[in-house]
Write a protein that binds this ligand. Sequence first.
Ligand code: LER
Ligand code: MN
Length: 279
Amino acid sequence: MFKYSYDALVYASEPIETSIRRVARFGYDAIELVGEPAHHDVAEVRRLCDAEGIAVSSICSIFVGAERDLVALDPEMRRKGIDYAKSVVDFAAEVGAPTINLAPSPVGKLAPAGSRQQEWDLALESLAEIADYGAKAGIRTCLEPWNRYETYFINRLDQALGLAAAVGHDNLGVMGDSFHMNIEDIDVAGNYRLAADRLFHVHFADSQRAAPGRGHIDFAPLVQALIEIDYQGYIAFELLPAAADPFATLRSGGGEEFLDAYTELAIKTIKAVEAEVRK
Ligand code: LER
Ligand code: MN
């Protein structure tokens, strides 16, 4: 059976203790933490996870803003982005998370500042440095493609594979988020198969980013593909309200169902799909 995780990003700013207890209560193997090292007390996270018998599956890097842009044309800004990614690697090592995700440029940057070629070349350099730093710390790094409304850089898993191959570092793989892939990838299951052992991490959410079972993605072919490639990573649920600014919705107390109800429903739905597919 796969290992399951829930992204604490969904829980917005609630105390981490509540989040860890909730995922443990609903039978998860792990929690995914938000890539804001300064917002976490590492000793507390470790103590709570040990007490609840769960692991930290991964760190979800937060590439937002000009200071977290791995292809920034200004070398000082680019350095800030690289240093941020390295701080997420350090955080992962401290909390015992095996994997972090990376994005070449931040959420909401919808056009290159320089030429595409120039930014591509900068991405190769920045990503190689971070992948290498991760390798030395024993932390796997992987590229997450986002849909066209979040980034111009890479939108599909096959593009992420192309970028990872161009970097050519063993420690740089890809991850596939079913929400983004449902929008952009021609064949979601096919692209999981194409990634094969370069697929380091998976995010699952339904078509409108609600819990699987609440939208129109048929998860059986996706699960089948993961089984066929002998996927050994975690399936982490990253669910968000259907709003232009889902975080504002969560912060203002909207999206109550993303707490207990979806935490319970997501794992229940996909475990049932997994059991059926493995029959
Ligand atoms: C992060 O995992 C993600 O999928 C992005 O949509 C965040 O903006
Ligand atoms: Mn994601």
